[in-house]
Design a binder for this molecule. Sequence first.
Ligand code: SF4
Length: 139
Amino acid sequence: MEKAIHSTGFYRAKSKHLQESAKILISEHGGKVPSDIESLTKLSGVGRKTANVVRGHIFKIPSIVVDTHVKRVSKRLGLTQYDEPVKIEFELMKVLPKKYWIRYNQQIISHGREVCKAQNPKCSDCRLKDDCIECVHTP
Ligand code: SF4
């Protein structure tokens, strides 16, 4: 297991979690990955972020994934003022229409990587600058 996932980093801890999770999946879910958040977050090493990635990407269930990009960009856009991922997740669920949740994750993560970087965001190239409360761009 460690060899197979070596390139992903933290491979020792991850292999342990994978083995633990596999045991839980077999003993409690008939070898299938569940789609509900409660069961997913009981798997070893799985928090709400990972659980919501699985729900959105695998099961296509609308869900908000709060990673570092979603947190930073959502705050800059004024969609949340919180720092705690769970509070951000619930706040975004209130302000964003459900049909856009999965797309919001994908597009904001990509926007955060390419444009709205943590250091020196490219505000002059940003399509969201007119709606951004923290835009550092001077027209
Ligand atoms: S205008 Fe700047 S700070 Fe605002 S979302 Fe765009 S890149 Fe980020």
